[in-house]
Each structure stands twice: as structure tokens, then as C-alpha cells.
Design a protein around this ligand. Structure first.
Ligand SMILES: [Zn+2]
Length: 72
């Protein structure tokens, strides 16, 4: 398999694996992350960074918006 095909597969898998985070309506931080993500070219390292930071923010600040949080 050519390297370019492998690279494309890896990139595609990574993109499919992590859906874009959902902004929480009344959160200024989420609005800022959304604006920053929209202003950053897709699939660059900065774009990935913004998504990772946003996900971290969602987990830390909006834990209830996830799934399966009431299972104990
Ligand atoms: Zn938020």
C-alpha cells in the first residue's frame, strides 16, 4: 500500500473518530472555542489542538452533557 494512501486513511480515521465538540449554549468559553475552530484551517495541528482543548473544557466544565454519567 502506498504511503500516501496510508496517510490518508490515518487522517480520515482520526477525523471520523473525533466528532466536532458541541458548544454549550450559555458558555462564553464554548463560543470562543467554536469561533477559533471556525477560523482555523481544518486538519491542521492547531485545529486539532483547539478541538482537544475544547473537549478538555467540555469534560471539566460541562460533565453532565456527556452520556452515561448517571450509572452508579
Ligand atoms: Zn463551555
Amino acid at each position: 500500500m502506498p504511503v500516501s494512501a496510508l496517510l490518508r486513511a490515518v487522517r480520515g480515521a482520526r477525523v471520523n473518530e473525533l466528532p466536532s465538540p458541541e458548544p454549550v449554549p450559555d458558555c462564553a468559553e464554548c463560543a470562543r472555542f467554536l469561533a477559533r475552530l471556525a477560523a482555523t484551517p481544518a486538519q491542521t495541528s492547531e485545529w486539532t489542538d483547539v478541538r482537544v482543548l475544547w473537549r478538555r473544557h467540555l469534560v471539566a466544565q460541562h460533565p453532565v452533557s456527556g452520556v452515561g454519567t448517571s450509572s452508579c
